[in-house]
Design a binder for this molecule. Sequence first.
Ligand SMILES: [Zn+2]
Length: 414
Amino acid sequence: MAHRTSQDIRYLHRFEVMRRFYADAENRTRQELAAATGLSFATVANLTAELIDAGVLVESGRQDSGGGRPRTLLAVNAERGALIGVDVAETSVRTELFDLALRELHAEERPLPPDDVEPGDVVARIEESIAVALEVTGTPRQRVLGVGVSVPGLVEREGGVSTYSPYWSWREVPMRSLLAERIGMPLHLDNPLKASTLAEMWFGEGRGVDDLVVVTLRAGVGAGFAIGGALYRGATNSAGEWGHTCLELDGRACRCGSRGCVEAYVGTRGILETLRTVAPADPLLQASDDTEALRGLALRAAQEDPVATEVITRTGRYLGAALGSLVNVFNPQVMVLGNQVVQDLGAPLLSATRAALADHALAQPLRAVDLRCSALSHNAVARGAAASALEGFLGNREMFGPVSRTRGARGRTK
Ligand SMILES: [Zn+2]
């Protein structure tokens, strides 16, 4: 943050303006953009002029201003190019292709070979699925503005290296150069946590929120942060590994090798471990996969089954304590809870969590935070990866030239 330059601030303002088009309206006047972003009208006029020059925005009509001069409506130029988002998950590769208005033109998922997946297997699947997406939609390669790829685990973004993957025995895999050789389009590498956070910032509950925490709860657990409207990455892009902070000293073994991590209590496996503690012979522990077991638990809780209710209550207590630390440390305006665990366990988990949160967060930051459930569909990672590619495109210095129109660039009015 200390290195934020006027150029960076300009990118952030550009992102803010663009997010308004993806938020709730396809057409916006400059006056509406200024009101919605809190930027001055002059700043918005400069930013939109640049975006029009780059072909990103187009004039789409006029709006009656009630007596004054009609106001020009602006819209995203969907035809400007395509964005691709790729979500590499444990068992599959999901690829989605969007136009610049972020309308999905193609989506497909192809399985990864089971067991020990080699980087070469993943790269080949990504390459195949991108080729299919381009062919099916009739998109020439040169029209692709960027490809965002989410790879599980820790991803060191600048070097494009997947430094650690929880699923596979990957260490220091040079994903970017492996992919660049085969794909030949602008590449943006991230992990699912960063992609989910970007998805909330561009399409979800995080729109227009300066200080945001996005909590992802599935097999893996993490927290993504936006500070001052920008995704916070940390020194080496591994910020947000909250799932591997300690909730209980000498507690349960975690797959990261440590003990007592948050993930070992509120991730899918952690919740089933709690079930094992409460009812060691419970039939759900024999379920063929964790997703099925979690859904079974939710169904039984809805029927007021005491074991299921106890498991969800305990999970809420763990989660509330762990979220309390985030509230105290970050003082967020909005905290979004998302992914499989929240979707499956829903309201009962949330009420248990809220109750525990009140015991662990300080009163003042707790009052300030708005706790919300994600409204995005189950698989927002590919979409978030596309948002990462969109940010890469919008931050491209060559595309938008030097900062020549800086007048009013810092003219935030609120
Ligand atoms: Zn851990």
